[in-house]
Design a protein around this ligand. Sequence first.
Ligand code: GLN
Length: 530
Amino acid sequence: MSGVGKGVAVASIAKILQSKGYNVTAIKIDPYINVDAGTMNPVEHGEVFVTHNGMECDQDLGNYERFLNQNILAMNYMTTGSVYKSVIDKERNLEYKGKCVEVVPHIPEEVIRRIEKAGENEKADIVIIEIGGTAGEYQNVLFLEAARMMHLKRPEAVLFILVSFLPIPNKIGEMKTKPTQYAVRTLNSAGIQPDFILCRSARPLDSRRKAKISTFCNIGEEDVISAPDVESIYDIPVNFEKDDLGKKILKKLGLRVKKTNMQDWKKMAHGMKNCTKNKEIKIGIIGKYFKTGDFILTDSYVSVIEAVKHAAWANKRRAKIEWINSDEFEEDEKSVGKLKNYDGIIVPGGFGARGVEGKILAIQYARENNIPFFGLCLGMQMAVIEFARNVCKLENANSTEINPKTKYPVIDFIPQQKEQIKNKNYGGTMRLGACKCRLNKGTISRKAYKQDIIEERHRHRYEFNNDFKDVLEEHGLTIAGVNPDQNLVEIIEIKNHPFFVGVQFHPEFLSRPLHAHPLFRVFVKACIKK
Ligand code: GLN
C-alpha cells in the first residue's frame, strides 16, 4: 500500500546488506503511465526527486541515496509508461524482427532487462527492487509477472519481501492480520510466495499475531518481521538488525556476512532520536504543496525536511519545522509579521503563479528583519524579484513564468527553453540534473563549501536574467556562484545579513544523514545565532 513505508523499508534493507560488506543498489518501479514523475503535481505523488544524471523520479530514490550514501542513477527507476515506451520504440525499429509483440512476455522481459542492466551498471552484488502500489491492483500485475519470471529462472538468487500494513482499529484496539493474509493470497495467485513479511503497524507485532501470520501465510515465524512506527526513519535499519533481518536475507541468498559496519549509522540514528533533549531551532517552510483535502501532506518537501534535520543534527540541535502556506500572507499582508517568531525561513521550489506574492512578502520581511533566509530554486527566483522590486525599484519586476508581459523580467527562460514551450514539449525538458557552479571568493557559499567548483542538481526552466545583473549588483546583490559553461547565475546572496542565500539548484537532494549539506549546515548555524 502506498505510504506504508515501502521506500524506507527498501532503503533500510539495502543499508543493512551494505553494512555486511555487499555492494547494493535499489530500483524503484512505479506502476503509472507517466513516463517519469516530472509531470506530476507533488500533492498527487509527493516530492519529485532528481538523480545526478537528471531523471525526475519518485522520492524513494532519495531515501535510497540517503541510506546508502551513494548516488542512484536514472536507470534505477522505471514506470509502466517508460517500459511500454521503450517496447514500442523497439517495435518501430524492427528490433523484434517481425514477431508479434505482446504484453506478455515482452513487457516483463523489458522490465527484467532493465533490472539486470541497472545491477550490472552499479556492479551490484544485490539489487533490491521496490514494486510500487498494492498487491492485487491491476496496475502492477506485469511487474509481479516479471518478478515471478526472474524467480523461476534463478530461484536461489531471487527472494520476495512483502511489506504489509496491520491496522489497529480504534474502537477494537486489536491489531488485525486479515489484510496481510489476503495480500499473501493475492501474491500467491500471481505465483509469488513471500520469503519475509514486514509487518508495518503503529505498534510492534506480538507473538500471537506472529504465529497467526506464520500459519496462514505459509511462512516461518522467524521470517515475520515486526516493523512498528518509529520516531526517526534512520532507526529502521537498526530495528531490523535487532531481528537479524540482514543475516536471514543473506542466508536465504546463500551469502555470508562479510563484515559488520553500522557503528556510525547507529550513532547518528541514536543521536537523531535523542535530540529531543537538544535545544530547538524553529524553521518555517513557506510553500504551497501542503494540503490534500482536509489533510496536511509534507511529502512534497521530504528532501528539504531531511536536509534540515541532518544539518540540525550536525549542529547538535533539534529542528522544529513548521509549515506556512504562502497564500496566507496574500490574504492578510500584516500576518507576515509572525515570521519574527522563527529562527529561520526556507522558501523551497515550486511552479506556477499561485502563492508567489506571499513568498515575496515573506522574503522581504526576512531581508529587512535579519531573519536567516534560504531560497531553493523558486525561492531564489523570488528573492531576486523581491530585491529588484523593493531595493532597485524596478516596479512589478517578475519572472516570465508568472507574468510573461512584465516590464522587468528579472527571471526569464533561456532561448532553448522557449522552443520547448512553443512545441508543448514539457516532459523531461527542464534544466535537469547535476551542473557545475563556480563560487566567488569572499561569499557565504564559498566559505560553506570550502571549494571553488561545486556540482548541484537542477530542475527548473527559468533562470536569472543576466540583462539585470548590473543593476542588481549595483544595488548590493551579490552573485556568489555562476555556471561556468553557460554563464548562468546559480547563487545570490546579500551582505550585512545573518544569512540570505538563494540557490537556483536543489541542494536538498545532496544532503545525507552522515554528511549534512554545507549550505544547510551554515544556514542552521545562522538560525542558532539568531
Ligand atoms: N518554476 C521555476 C522554474 O521552472 C522554479 C522551479 C523549481 O523551484 N524547481 O524555473
